[in-house]
Design a protein around this ligand. Sequence first.
Ligand code: PMV
Length: 310
Amino acid sequence: QGTTQGFAHAKAILFGEHAVVYGSPAVAVPLHGLGVQTDIRRSPHQETRIESQLFSGNAQTAPEPMGPVVAGLNAALKAAGNPDAEVELLIRSAIPHSRGLGSSAAVATSVARAVANLHATVFDENTLHEIVQAAETVAHGRPSGIDAWAVAKPAPIRFQTGCAQTIDVGQRLVFVLADSGHHGSTAEAVGGVRARRDADPVRIGGMIDRLAEITDSAVDNIRSGDRGAIGALMNEAHGLLGSLGVSTPTLDSLVDAATAAGAWGAKLTGGGLGGCVLALADDDDSAEELAEALRKAGAPRTWTTEVRPT
Ligand code: PMV
């Protein structure tokens, strides 16, 4: 009774992670099969309560990992013109956290959408983005902002210096995502790349420039639907990310397994040092074979996702 919902999906970075920190472009794809739902209602008690996998209870006593959710909720209530409202939230997420899948941004987006629905309004995309960035700043310090856009947009995006544009997809693309089983540490990975760049600005700067070129060529190839070219760019990007120090033996072996199983290309996705590998399959049948090969190679779970021409 009086309950409304908000949804958001996970995301994967297809190209440009790490380079995006230095102003280069990046491409992210939505993972529609993997999402978060938030149910919200006005609280019958004199307090705001949150129920989630991580914590259930009064929002004021929520532990630190809930900080981004509380920040997002407060920003959303303020944007809805009802900053002092007491609400009850039920957050159900299928997105594993610390895997580079945008779980924190997706939770904040679903909360913001639920708040908007409760007030019979819709936040325009910039307002939604600001709410989610308020949560992401608590979660990640200085996020580039790509996650906040990527979990809110239904199509692939090209992101650069705070702005996101939808990419027109030329041909259906099927991706398999494989969990390495290890938490990624984006903050550690970003810090490691920065240290390498400070120590050797010319060589590392050249790699970052090449990642930017790869991303822009990939955008053209996504538009024209050239899977061979996209796959080759994914392989090259994985090699460069390895040279930047953010791959691991587990991620490398999953990429090798994907290549051996016939993927057009494969790479780590997101911050690295754990997290997931993304592989481009030929079609639905080969995606199934690819997923099986990745699980045999040690991935505890895989997901399949597609992007479609609009
Ligand atoms: O691990 P993720 O998916 O949150 O991605 C991090 C992407 C980086 O480029 C490494 C960092 C950033 O803030 O964009």
